[in-house]
Design a protein around this ligand. Structure first.
Ligand code: KIV
Length: 257
């Protein structure tokens, strides 16, 4: 495993990096207490918390609120917050939106995209805000692209991704999430970059992995992405607890107080 270039945040990360999303105080606190190294207040909260179809309706105010409540539960992990769609359309807007997330308690912000984001990344980083990049499948573009598609299958696309990774590193990103990227391309990117790569649906060759909390603990039974490995059955625990509670109330002899 490689050693990462000196950075106040990547100095707190050690390969293999463990990263996961959290959206509220108990989620953040449980992940932090479990020793997860990086906690992401992901705009996937649009689906996991708000029940929307994708992330494209998430607002900055929502991200600020969720960042603030996760922050209360996180003491050790690096806390990263997503800049939602249409909140970083130009460098000035990107800085203003990033500042709001940092004021809410994030240690760093994350934005989606490649070469076209380099000027914004440079400006955010130069303003003193640490930034995590995000390449591969970009959920904020799912509507434009007409669905979720693995990235890097075609040689030209793989080359573009690798060049974008190098440009984002050069612009000052401290880490990069690689989502739904062909494993071979993600591994090559991991070898080419000095900063950590954190994969999701991109194979084993990354410097770490990030997952959506609800997928890992089995708290969103209605949809599980194909690459997600479910390690718990929280939905079933909730259902059983609610059955027991309902029966207790219906059969009033069982009510304690
Ligand atoms: O919002 C999110 O959950 C993410 C992860 C998929 C990396 O960006």
């Amino acid at each position: 495993m490689k050693t990462f270039p000196p950075h106040p945040l990547s100095n707190r990360l050690k390969a293999p990096i463990t990263a996961i999303t959290a959206y509220d105080y108990p989620g953040g606190r449980l992940c932090d207490e479990a020793g997860i190294q990086l906690i992401l207040v992901g705009d996937s909260l649009g689906m996991m918390v708000a029940g929307c179809e994708d992330t494209t309706s998430v607002t900055l105010d929502q991200m600020v609120y969720h960042t603030r409540i996760v922050r209360r539960g996180v003491q050790k992990a690096v806390l990263v917050a997503d800049l939602p769609i249409d909140t970083y359309r130009d460098p000035d807007e990107a800085i203003d939106s990033s500042r709001r997330l940092i004021e809410a308690g994030a240690d760093a912000v994350k934005l989606e995209g490649g070469i076209e984001q380099v000027a914004k990344v440079r400006k955010i980083v130069d303003s003193g805000i640490p930034l995590c990049a995000h390449l591969g499948m970009l959920p904020q573009r799912v509507r434009e692209e007409g669905g979720y598609r693995k990235k890097g299958r075609v040689a030209a696309e793989a080359k573009e991704l690798l060049e974008a990774g190098l440009a984002l590193e050069e612009a000052g990103a401290f880490a990069v999430v690689l989502e739904s990227m062909v494993a071979r391309v993600a591994t090559e990117m991991t070898r080419s970059l000095r900063i950590p790569t954190i994969g999701i649906g991109s194979g084993k060759g990354c410097d770490g992995q990030v997952r959506v909390l609800h997928d890992v603990i089995g708290a969103f039974p209605w949809f599980v992405p194909p690459f997600a490995k479910v390690h718990g059955n929280v939905a079933e625990v909730i259902r059983k607890s609610l059955d027991a509670y309902r029966e207790e109330v219906v059969d009033s002899d069982k009510v304690d107080a």
